[in-house]
Design a binder for this molecule. Structure first.
Ligand code: MSP
Length: 515
């Protein structure tokens, strides 16, 4: 039986267009999906848009549009952007999709029937930006801490999910499964929320239609719509086929969530208790990353520092931007984007290090071996060393990808690039080629370089797919990724076969100037 893997991104609100933050999460998910497909696992990659609630209704009204027309437009921009940059999702879910609405109503009915939802009057301070009532801790000087705007006082009769009755169970589960939420700092944050209360109470899950109609109707009271977070989280089930697609169970049993720290509470507290109440198993892991700041400032529309993925593609090529995002953020910690740092990365790692290895290997293969992968003339300790480095890189990439450390996986691949460049420097085939008697050594060196490049390209496949394909094509191995099985194929170090025709090509990554 093949192994399964399912990865999700948050479904993004359609009140902003895709920026560096959404792009990072989506690119990490795409890289993981590509990696697990290459590892031979049956993989399902889910992304989409979150379209209900006050915040979206407000944004639509500002644009003078009906909510559905507005969400169609922005959701389309997200989907088109992901298509343009080659995000390999399997399902793009919208919370306005009929199957999502049915999944939400099915789950609500189930939780209601078993007595975990009741009706109460509530009064409090509500932030439209957060889509929830605030507690004292959520406010600074009377303003919402996150949105820096004054909350509104609201009094309503509403339905509540009796979340608190599951808190002891959740605490015990987090003790028993220490990496359920990872990295550890975020697990500790959730444990602290449970310990300190952090304003955590039973969850108000309805909005009266008298105030908000833009939402999913409660199946047990037609005067109310569902609170947007309760609705949104269920996308993960709906997108995988809940309630009745036969594929649902295996996908859900392999589910990995990817989110940033801003939405830790709904994913670390609301969601597991909802699943428990609905009698469903938990996700495999909640993988939480930090925040991208731009020029050391928070991203915001008013600062105009959102960084559009399409603009980055236009200027640097998408693989270069993708590489930077994956390499420069230590998964779990915050990172800072500056165009200088991007340019430095492109020049140091892609143009100089990788690009140089590709160009010198293929140029010398053209010059000394008629453009064909040469037959080696034996192999010594130095060749063994490069082969060992390749085996080690493939092993390390597998370990880091399964631990959600894409930056470390890339560092491991570049350790192999470095080792191969050092090997070429030490063997100096351009010098050896001056002596006819040493041509066997030249052939061995270039054969080893072609094999190392082949392994490097396979390992880079999930991270920089177009670049990997291009290197493989130049090595005469077009399409090798389609039949590769990571980590084994990259560790095997047995292709391309001698006699394969190679092609020099242009510089893979031309050096770029700082802006
Ligand atoms: N709609 C909710 C999520 C519902 S999931 C059931 C939402 N949407 S959002 O559009 O605000 O997206 C938040 C997510 O976008 C973050 O968790 C993260 O994945 C990504 N990012 C947005 N800004 C970010 C940064 N500045 N840095 C890194 N990622 C961030 O919350």
């Amino acid at each position: 039986m093949s192994r399964h893997y399912a990865i999700t991104t948050p479904i993004y609100y359609v009140n902003a267009e895709p920026h560096i933050g959404h792009t990072y999460t989506t690119v990490v998910a795409d890289t993981l999906a590509r990696y697990h497909r290459l590892a031979g696992e049956e993989t399902f990659f889910l992304t989409g848009t979150d379209e209900h609630g006050d915040k979206i209704a407000e944004a639509a009204a500002r644009d003078g549009l009906e909510p559905k027309a507005f969400t169609d437009r922005i959701s389309g921009i997200f989907r088109d952007t992901w298509d343009e940059i080659g995000i390999s999702y399997d399902r793009f879910i919208r919370t306005t999709d009929a199957d999502h609405i049915r999944a939400v109503q099915t789950l609500l009915t189930r939780v209601h029937d078993q007595g975990d939802i009741d009706f109460r009057e509530y009064e409090g301070l509500y932030c439209v930006g957060c889509e929830r009532f605030l507690t004292d801790r959520d406010m600074v000087d009377g303003l919402c801490r996150d949105h820096e705007r004054a909350p509104e006082r609201r009094k309503e009769s509403n339905y509540f999910f009796k979340m608190t009755r599951y808190f002891d169970w959740l605490g015990e589960t987090l003790e028993a499964q220490p990496d359920l939420i990872r990295p550890e700092r975020y697990r500790n944050e959730v444990l602290a929320m449970l310990r300190e209360g952090s304003g955590l109470d039973d969850l108000c899950i309805s909005r009266p239609k008298s105030r908000l109609t833009w939402g999913i109707e409660l199946p047990f009271d037609a005067d109310y719509v569902c609170y947007v977070w309760f609705d949104a989280l269920i996308n993960y089930l709906a997108g995988m086929g809940y309630p009745d697609d036969p594929a649902f169970e295996v996908r859900w049993a392999a589910a990995e969530h990817l989110v940033a720290k801003d939405i830790l509470k709904p994913h670390g507290v609301f969601w597991p208790t909802m699943l428990r109440a609905a009698g469903l198993p938990l996700y495999q892991h909640l993988n939480v990353h930090g925040y991208w700041n731009v020029d050391d400032r928070k991203i915001s529309k008013s600062l105009g520092n959102m960084i559009s993925p399409l603009a980055m593609r236009e200027q640097y090529g998408f693989d270069a931007f993708r590489y930077f995002l994956l390499r420069d953020m230590s998964f779990g910690l915050d990172a800072s984007f500056t165009e200088e740092a991007l340019v430095t990365r492109i020049n140091a790692d892609l143009a100089n290090n990788l690009g140089n290895l590709v160009s010198r290997t293929l140029n010398m293969t053209a010059r000394y071996c008629d453009g064909q992968v040469p037959e080696p003339d034996g192999a010594g300790a130095e060749e063994e060393h490069v082969r060992d480095a390749s085996v080690e890189a493939a092993r390390a990439v597998d370990e880091h990808m399964r631990r959600l450390e894409p930056n470390r996986a890339l560092a491991a691949i570049f350790a192999l690039v470095d080792a191969t460049n050092r090997y070429v420097d030490a063997r100096a085939p351009w010098k050896a080629a001056k002596d006819e008697a040493r041509m066997g050594e030249v052939r061995t060196t270039l054969h080893t370089c072609c094999q190392a490049l082949h392994s490097i390209a396979l390992l880079l496949g999930p991270f920089v797919p177009d670049t990997a394909e291009e290197i493989l094509a130049r090595l005469g191995c077009s399409g090798a990724l389609a039949s590769a099985r990571l980590p084994d194929t990259a560790a095997a170090f047995d292709a391309p076969a001698p006699g394969t025709s190679t092609r020099k090509g242009e510089a893979l990554f031309p050096r770029v100037e700082a802006p």
